[in-house]
Design a protein around this ligand. Structure first.
Ligand code: APR
Ligand code: PHB
Length: 389
């Protein structure tokens, strides 16, 4: 069997690419290791850049996000008992949209099912063959049976632990990584958000973030030790610690309640280069990871998808390989800027175990500069709402 594009991984990257290609009449199959319900049980960030919203519109799946998403014109930064506002709309002309990644994935699966496009779930032993030839193919097993799909191109959208990146020989692949000496303990609770914008807080007890999913569903995070376990944190201990890291008036207004989800995520910066090997293209978490500070994970996956989608359309519709030939270079240029922003923003807000008194003073000066300098606020806002692509 021959299908033009095989997409490995049915997370947001693979699904968005599949839906965009489908709209242009380019057939693609999605191979997903887990079930749809499993993929939809993952809780991730919930901030969408305009670029991603535009792609969702182009894919014909933006109706619910426009109806249920929350437009935020700015964000709040808290430090030293105070809080200041960064006005994205005034500084860049662009807001962001608060809408959960889980909902994005949900909408993409619904659209994929409605369009009749093929998705194979619970596949294993996915292997990529001949990616450096002009006759690549993918083999996999499903329900104990072996399958083979011949194709023109393979999109490796299978996340950090997938097979696609590993298929690129070590002699061509270069990886860059930074791990952080802390994690984020996050909870979801059926309580109204404490503020109508997100609050990113630097405190001497460590970072905290107040986020939301809706008017009655809140998402909060606190920096924690990597050795902590979610079950060691009672809800009361979490709320208590969160309050201590927020300005007093915000802490006073915080509505607490039972958590409906509690988990710890480590923080990592990671990039692999190149993002293309022959007819294999890496997209999203398969090629890069950012720490969640600034919510760039899904949004950076979206710019990869856009570059690959354009390259494939150019190839199939105009017979021109320029877009796919320059895919890795274009994608990486934007990836590294998102890596820089999320690394810098993480450094601005967290407590590091080895921070010297001098380092702390630098952090405080960096926050004061952001509070007081409009050019710095504009640079922040341009990064937060998403650099152009
Ligand atoms: N074969 C098939 N599917 C696989 C394989 C494999 N060998 N390995 C992994 N997968 C599937 C995973 O089960 C998952 O559903 O690939 C999918 C990858 O999805 P994500 O990890 O969500 O990655 P991606 O789609 O690139 O999403 C971008 O943005 O906010 C960030 O990290 C967050 O997931 C988010 C990412
Ligand atoms: C979230 O809502 O989960 C979220 C929001 C912003 C971030 C990270 C996570 O920077």
């Amino acid at each position: 069997m021959h299908i033009p594009v095989v997409i490995i991984g049915g997370g947001p990257s693979g699904l968005l690419l599949g839906q965009l290609l489908h709209k242009r009449g380019i057939e693609a199959v999605v191979l997903e290791r887990k079930t749809r319900d499993y993929v939809l049980s993952r809780i991730r960030a919930g901030v969408l850049e305009t670029g991603l919203v535009r792609l969702m519109e182009e894919a014909g799946v933006a109706e619910r996000l426009h109806r249920e998403g929350y437009v935020h014109d700015g964000t709040q930064i808290a430090a030293n008992g105070e809080m200041f506002h960064i006005d994205f709309k005034k500084l860049t002309g662009t807001p962001i949209l608060v809408y959960g990644q889980t909902e994005v994935t949900h909408d993409l699966y619904d659209a994929r099912e409605a369009s009749g496009a093929r998705t194979e779930f619970e596949v294993d032993h996915v292997e990529i063959h001949g990616a450096d030839t002009d006759k690549p193919y993918v083999t996999y097993r499903q329900n104990g049976n072996g399958h083979r799909i011949d194709c023109d191109f393979i999109a490796g959208c299978d996340g950090f632990h997938g097979v696609s990146r590993q298929t690129i020989p070590l002699s061509v692949r270069r990886e860059y990584e930074k791990t952080y000496p802390f994690g984020w303990l996050g909870i979801l609770s059926r309580t109204p958000p404490v503020h109508d914008e997100l609050i990113y807080a630097n405190s001497e007890r460590g970072f905290a973030l107040c986020s939301m999913r809706s008017a009655s569903l809140s998402r909060y995070y606190i920096q924690c030790a990597l050795s902590d376990h979610p079950e060691d944190w009672t809800d009361a201990a979490f709320w208590d610690e969160l309050k201590r890291r927020l300005p007093a008036d915000v802490a006073e207004r915080l509505v607490t309640g039972p958590s409906i989800e509690k988990s710890i995520a480590p923080l990592r910066s990671f990039v692999t280069e190149p993002m293309r090997w022959g007819r294999l293209f890496l997209c999203g978490d398969a090629a890069h990871i950012v720490p969640p500070t600034g919510a760039k994970g899904l949004n950076t996956a979206a710019s990869d998808v856009q570059y690959l989608y354009q390259g494939l359309c150019q190839f199939y519709e105009e017979g021109d390989s320029e877009g796919i030939d320059r895919y890795s270079e274009r994608a990486l240029l934007r990836v590294w800027k998102a890596e820089r922003f999320s690394w810098w923003f993480s450094g601005l807000l967290h407590r590091y175990p080895d921070q010297s008194p001098f380092d702390l003073k630098m952090q405080q000066a960096d926050i004061a500069f952001l509070r007081d300098n409009e050019a710095q606020q504009r640079a922040f806002a341009e990064n937060y709402v998403g650099l152009p692509y």
